[in-house]
Design a protein around this ligand. Structure first.
Ligand code: APR
Ligand code: ZN
Length: 259
């Protein structure tokens, strides 16, 4: 590790030890080392799929877009279903076990924080979850496996609700779809009440999620960023650790324990 990075890890660990109410905020970058591609790195999901075809409005508008959406979703699902948490997810669990975690807010739909053992009641999935399927009309929900097994068995491309005939969609938030209001409101409350806001693996380009660190800063929290590339909010960060999430979070927790 470079001397600069080591110095910044030491500073970040000291901030964590001094904090009592930490919010950890994660993006797709925390899961790439678990084999799940992110969205905006070279080769990421948005370089292979056309975002415009995958909006909520298009999904609602025509069966052909529902077919495109389900093809996209079924292509990415196996990697998420089979992925294992990596040391960065386990570092977040260790922060919770230290008694300092106020909330774990994630943009990720892969469920890896749950698999790592983080407490479900601490986890706020801003963009939903790939582990369930929901009816867009009657809001019933089913475990993802149940629906995809039926789709495989019956050769169904686009599933509809057996209760009301509404279109079924995985329980993630598509572009143009509103975020679950109670999850969003609680996330901003926690951002305003924390004393340290740690962002791991996000480009911070998608709103309203990207405003969470800004809100935390407005309320005088300290900000740490662990990421491979720069973000539009680098200038408000107290410490920026440029590096891969797994080794960087391991180094941070080693230093945190030494204190
Ligand atoms: N370690 C650290 N950072 C990483 C790693 C890694 N191993 N791999 C990628 N990154 C960084 C990238 O450099 C990038 O800045 O993580 C960030 C991932 O950014 P995005 O791909 O934009 O993912 P995210 O910020 O989570 O996107 C937010 O956009 O498309 C929507 O709904 C989708 O939830 C997603 C939202
Ligand atoms: Zn229904």
């Amino acid at each position: 590790m470079s001397d600069i990075l080591q110095r910044d890890v030491t500073t970040a660990a000291a901030l964590m030890r001094a904090a009592q109410k930490i919010v950890v905020f994660t993006g797709a970058g925390i899961s790439t080392e678990s084999g799940i591609p992110d969205f905006r790195s070279p080769g990421g999901i948005w370089s292979t799929y056309n975002q415009d075809d995958l909006t909520y409005q298009r999904f609602r508008s025509h069966e052909k877009y529902r077919k495109i959406y389900w093809e996209y979703d079924r292509a990415r699902y196996p990697a998420m279903r089979d992925a294992a948490p990596n040391p960065a997810h386990r570092a977040v669990l260790e922060i919770e076990k230290s008694g300092r975690l106020l909330a774990l807010i994630t943009q990720n739909i892969d469920g890896l924080h749950h698999k790592a053992g983080s407490s479900p009641e601490k986890i706020y999935e801003l963009h939903g979850t790939v582990r369930e399927v929901t009816c867009l009309d009657c809001y019933r929900r089913w475990p993802r496996e149940k629906i995809t097994e039926e789709m495989d068995r019956e050769g169904i491309d686009v599933p509809y609700c057996q209760h009301c005939g509404g279109p079924l969609k995985c329980a993630t938030i598509a572009f143009g779809q509103s975020l679950p209001p109670e999850v969003l409101e609680s996330s901003f409350d926690h951002a305003r009440n924390c004393d340290l806001f740690l962002t791991v693996g996000s480009s911070l380009v998608v709103q309203p999620a990207a405003m969470l660190p800004v809100e935390a800063k407005r309320k005088r929290a300290r900000l740490i960023l662990v990421n491979l590339s720069s973000t539009p909010y680098d200038d408000i960060m107290d410490v920026i650790l440029i590096g891969k999430a797994a080794p960087t979070m391991e180094a941070l927790m080693d230093e945190f324990r030494r204190g």
